[in-house]
Design a protein around this ligand. Structure first.
Ligand SMILES: Nc1nc2c(c(=O)[nH]1)N[C@H]1C(S)=C(S)[C@@H](COP(=O)(O)OP(=O)(O)OC[C@H]3O[C@@H](n4cnc5c(=O)[nH]c(N)nc54)[C@H](O)[C@@H]3O)O[C@H]1N2
Ligand SMILES: Nc1nc2c(c(=O)[nH]1)N[C@H]1C(S)=C(S)[C@@H](COP(=O)(O)OP(=O)(O)OC[C@H]3O[C@@H](n4cnc5c(=O)[nH]c(N)nc54)[C@H](O)[C@@H]3O)O[C@H]1N2
Ligand code: SF4
Ligand SMILES: [Mo]
Length: 692
């Protein structure tokens, strides 16, 4: 027997981007472990990826190309050869390319975070044919945009510093489920005497392990941040020197924050005045005493109308109190902006002729149903889906499914499994998993460039995304040399080797070692140097004004909340959020039995008062509905949800629920204040006992 250990990388859309060691025995992957030497992974993986071989060798893996034989959505297919699949795709796409290439839409997200199997060969192909561009907004664009206006880029406190913080605000994130290796550091900080505070309307797995939870109403975080600014300024808990040297617009900010008294803040957020005042005193007081105070914010705050503003306001706080002076102080949203990634080399935007239209992935429901018009351009005639499962994950799912059900739409899906989206495909192409292909990775929660080696041969007839787009390009007669580059040749271009942060990046060396830390300072903004136009932390943003936004921090109320929309709340009084379930990764892993067993079935967490008012008992099936749609789940009566809030952990495959639906039946396609992102957690619903 031959046994080897292969260095790999977890490909999932998770900030931790773990370094993996894959044990391969006679060509079969038998174990996937965390690399003990990689400083952030430290030998530990989450439950999901510890069971990776179960997913890789799952009996339901798609192993051959398929052609639809049933109705759209029915999921009936027959096996075809790769030649037949490629011929069909070329024959269907070529006339559209000749007539109206923008009628072709790529739809992809982060099924893999790999730079190669994500947007490399695929982008080259779509750029070459002139397909519509996809605005990849579904996750992080709101907060990213607000953060960028304020501090200039997706740069923040290094994960490896958090254990030294003395106060950590975990603001709109559930790291026990979704950022495990940050949680390890936060617990270490706690052991060293730090105070942990969760700001979350739901007593998540994380909130219940913090010293304190501030259970504000969903979508009111920007008001809380303004209230904190008010108290920090009123009680002079400020770092005047840092403000003078490294910030812009303090006087205007001061005026704005003056209106946000603790009372107004408390009323808006549905919390007590004491919670506002004490939090500000703790944060500002500890900073003034020279202690590192840190904020870990995440995506929970962004999925509402004012999601961009919420992150912007939070990003102002560290500069006010001088928290950036410490490596363990500041704020982290994402570390992705620290990487010198060479996207242009991988994606080749120079292949574009002219400027195709851009379609927002978050409004795919409406856009697939939209007829041709002068504003929109041609109707979408073909959609090629890879690394995503839009029928389950995109908002306003009734419309998404209706769009994919269009008889005249030609749909190709590259997948590992027969997801809800695959059920609507005309042609299904089997894709390799991370153990079967190579890739280069950045991360959005740490600062290491990472290399994934292939551990095993492709399963069945599966091919890597890169290879699939090479083959489609060749079949359509595109012979540009860029379509012939191998995956290793692509990977060698992944980072700007001359950028000082990349430390003379060399792909072969990275493949050997598996990972390499970026050369960046421990405390990114200790001396200012924000990558904004002014070089300062911009409390006042001229760019926001130019983009038609309020240049100062403000509060933007949710579209759907009892306070902002009482008429709607009279019909649908409960706010619904649907954050990630611990055992799933978005809709990935829902079909892995042992992980699904950890979640058992779709639940709805409801406060006892809301259950009593509706005659709902624990464990009963309930119907959750609004004007957009409905789905059923099992009620869990719990004080984890504050009164008026219901929580459906997500994202279930629709076909695995008793009614064939999931939470996205009730979410809306309305977009955030900035970044054009979805508002999954800005949803009012009513709940009733389901008919037997
Ligand atoms: N296990 C697991 N890990 C994951 C994922 C997964 O599906 N499963 N998904 C990955 C992806 S793609 C992402 S984007 C991240 C997302 O993971 P996180 O960044 O942790 O974000 P969410 O899970 O959306 O929300 C986190 C918390 O925010 C709370 N929240 C909801 N609305 C609000 C609000 O208005 N204000 C505040 N303060 N809190 C609110 C929720 O109750 C939840 O506890 O996790 C990644 N990691
Ligand atoms: N209600 C509600 N909806 C949500 C969210 C929420 O919190 N609540 N979260 C939102 C967020 S943050 C996000 S990021 C999106 C995520 O939405 P998606 O990015 O669509 O993520 P997944 O649902 O995990 O689907 C990814 C698919 O890619 C496939 N895949 C993985 N690797 C490869 C590969 O190498 N090749 C190919 N061809 N396929 C591959 C997987 O099998 C999987 O089916 O969902 C959003 N939807
Ligand atoms: S999903 Fe996240 S925590 Fe789990 S192995 Fe992957 S990167 Fe690590
Ligand atoms: Mo996400």
């Amino acid at each position: 027997m031959t046994t080897k250990q292969v260095r790999a990388v977890c490909p999932h859309d998770c900030p931790d981007t773990c370094a993996l060691l894959v044990t391969v025995e006679d060509g079969v992957a038998t174990a996937v472990k965390g690399d003990p030497d990689h400083p952030t992974t430290a030998g530990v993986l989450c439950t999901k990826v510890s069971r990776y071989t179960e997913r890789t060798y799952h009996a339901d893996r798609l192993l051959h190309p398929l052609r639809r034989v049933g109705n759209k959505g029915e999921g009936k297919f027959e096996r075809i050869s790769w030649d037949q699949a490629l011929d069909t795709i070329a024959a269907r796409l070529a006339p559209i390319v000749a007539r109206a290439p923008e009628a072709i839409l790529p739809y992809s997200y982060c099924g893999t975070m790999g730079l190669l199997q994500g947007e490399a060969m695929s982008s080259r192909f779509f750029h070459k044919i002139g397909a519509s561009l996809l605005d990849r907004t579904i996750c992080a664009m709101a907060g990213f945009t607000g953060y960028k206006y304020t501090i200039g880029g997706a740069i923040g406190t290094d994960l490896e510093q958090f254990q030294n913080a003395k106060l950590i605000l975990i603001w709109g994130g559930n790291p026990v489920a979704s950022n495990l290796h940050f949680w390890t550091r936060a617990q270490e900080a706690k052991r060293r005497g730090a105070r942990l505070i969760a700001i979350d309307p739901y007593r998540s797995l994380t909130a219940e392990k913090c010293h304190q939870q501030i259970a504000l109403l969903p979508g009111t975080d920007s008001a809380l941040a303004l209230g904190l600014m008010h108290v920090l300024i009123a009680e002079d808990l400020l770092d005047h020197d840092y403000i003078a040297q490294h910030t812009l617009g303090f006087e205007q900010l001061k005026q704005r924050a003056a209106a946000w008294t603790p009372q107004r803040t408390a009323d808006t957020c549905g919390i007590s005045v004491a919670e506002v005042v004490e939090l500000a005193r703790l944060y500002g007081g500890m900073a003034k005493a020279g202690e590192p105070v840190a904020i870990r914010t995440n995506y929970g705050v962004q999925r509402v109308r004012g999601g961009g503003m919420a992150v912007r306001n939070m990003a102002c706080l560290p500069a006010l109190v001088g928290a950036w002076r410490h490596a363990a102080g500041g704020i982290q949203l994402s570390s992705s902006g620290s990487f010198p990634t060479n996207k242009a080399a991988l994606q080749r935007p120079d292949l574009l002729q002219g400027q195709p239209r851009t379609i927002n992935m978050s409004t795919i429901g409406d856009d697939l149903l939209r007829p041709a018009s002068p504003e929109f351009g041609p109707q979408v005639e073909a959609v090629i889906v890879y690394n995503s499962n839009p029928v389950a994950v995109a908002p306003d799912s009734t419309k998404v499914a209706a769009g994919f059900a269009r008889e005249d739409l030609f749909t190709v899906v590259l997948e590992h499994f027969q997801t809800d989206t695959v059920d609507y495909a005309d042609i299904v192409l089997p894709a390799t998993t991370q153990l079967e292909h190579i890739d280069a990775h950045t991360a959005y929660g740490h600062l290491y460039m990472m290399a994934n080696n292939a551990a095993i041969a492709p399963m069945g007839e599966a091919k890597a995304n890169t290879e699939i787009f090479r083959l489609i390009a060749a079949r359509m007669g595109y012979d540009d040399p860029c379509f012939k580059e191998s995956d290793d040749e692509l990977a060698a271009q992944a980072f700007h080797a001359k950028d000082v942060r990349a430390v003379n990046f060399d792909w072969d060396a990275l493949k050997q070692k598996g990972w390499q830390k970026l050369n960046v300072p421990d405390a990114p903004f200790a001396q200012g140097g924000f990558p904004t136009p002014s070089g300062k932390c911009e409390f006042y943003s001229a760019r926001m004004l130019a983009d038609g936004l309020d240049p100062l921090p403000d509060y933007i109320a949710p579209y759907e909340s009892p306070a902002s929309n009482p008429a709607l709340a009279a019909k649908y009084p409960l706010a619904m959020i649907s954050p990630p379930a611990r055992n799933f990764l978005n809709s990935t892993f829902v079909n892995v039995k042992s992980l699904r067993a950890g979640e058992t079935e779709p639940y709805l967490d409801m406060h006892p008062d809301d259950c009593t008012a509706r005659g709902i008992n624990d464990g009963e099936m309930v119907r959750i509905f609004n004007d957009r749609g409905s789905f059923v789940a099992k009620a869990r009566v719990t004080t984890k949800a504050r009164p008026g809030l219901v929580v459906g952990l997500s994202v279930w495959w629709k076909k695995m629920a008793s009614d064939g639906k999931n939470v996205n039946e009730v979410t809306s396609q309305r977009l955030t204040d900035m970044g054009r992102a979805p508002t999954f957690y800005d949803t009012l619903v009513q709940v009733e006992r389901a008919a037997a």
